[in-house]
Write a protein that binds this ligand. Structure first.
Ligand code: NAX
Length: 504
């Protein structure tokens, strides 16, 4: 089961329906704090086990004025009652009735309260209860100073619901954000924890559901955390059964990308792979993988639609763009192949990556109508933020500030299935929006996208209905196997050895 992911408005509406049904708002806050308690206790125990903390544990809670601060006040009170040394730093007094009630309870438990950052005692665990999903503008003033000090403090850091400063809907940092080891999300997983800058700041994410879903609950996305299982191969299958991939790319000085893609298509299980690339790369391709068939690209003048149609016969999936180049040669290839790429009857699956995305963004489309009439449904486009920005005519910063808006805009503009690469890769396919919870920073290295594109081609040629998010999860899972030997130094070509493990 893939966990559900929500945006701020969906969680707020769910909460409001819960209260409208007669459930207590303060009761929900008590449940939230009470459910958070064992996770804090567990963190203390593991710090003690690892001998990071040997004395009596001291815990500091930073409380803001809203209900997230209310969670902090109650949690502080419960921890005090359990015998832990605890203090609260109050940035502003509570402004909601239930947060006031929570503070009153903490005061009654004689929790120590500080009002000046300069007076805060040292703590082994720092808890961030400044803002939750109510953050709606850039952090400044006393809150900014509090977050700065929170981040500077040593020890284990925990955020209640979501790190303060992180936008719950986009994962954008609104000025500054708490950098934590653990985020204890309540009700539903907020998408901002999983995309944008979320993965860099949220640490380990645990969701505490608290209340049951209701019929009106809307889900934004699903999270992939497990390696998808592919169907077993038929005993009577032969190489023709498992699809023929055509990889198109590799301008004169960029052969490596297309060769890696071809190898990845085979590693992903394609029955046959043909590599259409500059003749200069044939020897290199054949010495690395003699099981790939090579096709020489004719002189530029002969790269015609007829040539494209001829070489695309009996092809199940075309993967185009790796090292294709942005100059006349690459442009001629893109334009010659477009009529084939745009006809699902000609080639049932098309993966568009790298420089092919550049040509797509340059507006070189054969049939503009195809987009409007949904004829690109067999396209699988795989941009990173830079390529997405160009396709949308905007800046990388704008894409990064709201990756979800960006992927929906790409789908709207070009139709087809989209993957927006990066930490917490987003995919938008027939199953809706998915977030990849697998993968690691070791995978941020040259050639990783070429491997993904080739692997996608190899998988789609065999299993045309395989959802894009499963392909992304398989690729990320392969990277996670490699990361067990260390993230740094992981090379794209290392992936070829482990792709086989995850697709079987
Ligand atoms: N009964 C409830 O309502 C429950 C609420 N819960 C907690 O409550 C949180 C949401 O509470 P709220 O809606 O009160 O929101 P927050 O506590 O996140 O923050 C709200 C306040 O901060 C202000 N604010 C927003 N951005 C600011 C900025 N940059 N600088 C200064 N002030 C800023 C807002 O105007 C508002 O007054 C959840 O994230 C969760 O932690 C949970 O306890 C579950 C139950």
């Amino acid at each position: 089961m893939r966990p559900e992911v929500f945006n701020r408005e969906q969680v707020q509406a769910w909460e409001q329906r819960w209260f409208a049904a007669g459930n207590s708002s303060y009761g929900l806050m008590q449940q939230a704090a009470w459910q958070m308690m064992p996770h804090i206790v567990q963190s203390i125990d593991s710090l003690k086990q690892d001998q990071v903390v040997q004395h009596q544990t001291s815990i500091g809670v930073y409380c803001g004025a809203g209900n997230n601060g209310g969670d902090g006040w109650l949690l502080a009170a419960y921890l005090k009652r359990a015998g832990y040394g605890i203090w609260v730093y109050e940035v502003e007094p509570p402004i909601t009735d239930i947060a006031k009630q929570a503070k009153a309870y903490a005061v009654a438990q004689q929790v120590r309260i500080f009002y000046a950052l300069s007076q805060l005692p040292l703590a082994d665990i720092h808890i961030d209860a400044l803002f939750g999903i109510g953050l709606n503008r850039k952090v400044s003033g006393a809150y900014q100073l509090a977050i700065e000090q929170f981040n500077q403090g040593s020890g284990y850091k925990v955020a209640l619901d979501i790190p303060s400063g992180l936008d719950a809907n986009s994962g954008a940092v609104l000025g500054i954000t708490c950098d934590v080891d653990l985020s204890l999300s309540v009700l539903g997983l907020k998408v901002g924890l999983l995309t944008g800058q979320g993965p860099a700041y949220a640490g380990k994410v645990i969701n505490l559901p608290l209340i049951p879903p209701d019929d009106q609950l809307q889900v934004l996305a699903r999270l992939d955390q497990q390696v998808p299982q592919l169907p077993k191969r038929r005993k009577t299958g032969h190489k023709g059964t498992y699809g023929h991939v055509l990889i198109i790319g590799g301008d004169e000085n960029m052969g490596g990308a297309a060769i890696m893609a071809a190898e990845a298509a085979l590693a992903g299980g394609a029955g046959k792979v043909t590599l259409l690339t500059h003749e200069k790369h044939h020897n290199a391709a054949l010495s690395r993988c003699p099981n790939v068939m090579t096709l020489a690209m004719p002189a530029q003048a002969q790269i015609t639609a007829e040539f494209a149609a001829q070489v695309s016969q009996s092809i199940d999936c075309i993967v185009i763009g790796m090292g294709l180049g942005r100059h006349n040669w690459g442009k001629a290839i893109w334009q010659a192949f477009l009529p084939v790429l745009e006809q699902a009857e000609a080639v049932q699956r098309v993966v568009i990556d790298a420089d092919a995305l550049w040509h797509l963004s340059a507006g070189h489309l054969a049939d503009e109508q195809a987009i409007k009439t949904g004829l690109h449904q067999h396209w699988y486009c795989t941009p990173h933020s830079g390529e997405a920005a160009r396709l949308l005519g905007t800046t990388v910063h704008t894409v990064e500030q709201d990756r979800i808006a960006a992927i929906y805009a790409l789908k709207e503009k070009f139709d087809g299935n989209w993957l927006l690469k990066g930490a917490g890769s987003l995919s938008l396919d027939g199953q809706g929006l998915s977030i990849c919870g697998l993968g690691n920073p070791g995978m941020a290295t040259a050639g990783m996208g070429d491997i993904l594109g080739g692997m996608a081609g190899g998988l789609l040629a065999q299993l045309p209905d395989l959802p894009l998010h499963e392909i992304v999860a398989l690729h990320a899972a392969a990277g996670d196997i490699l990361a067990k030997q260390g993230e740094r130094g992981l090379q794209a070509t290392d992936m070829l050895q482990v792709i086989r493990q995850v697709v079987n």
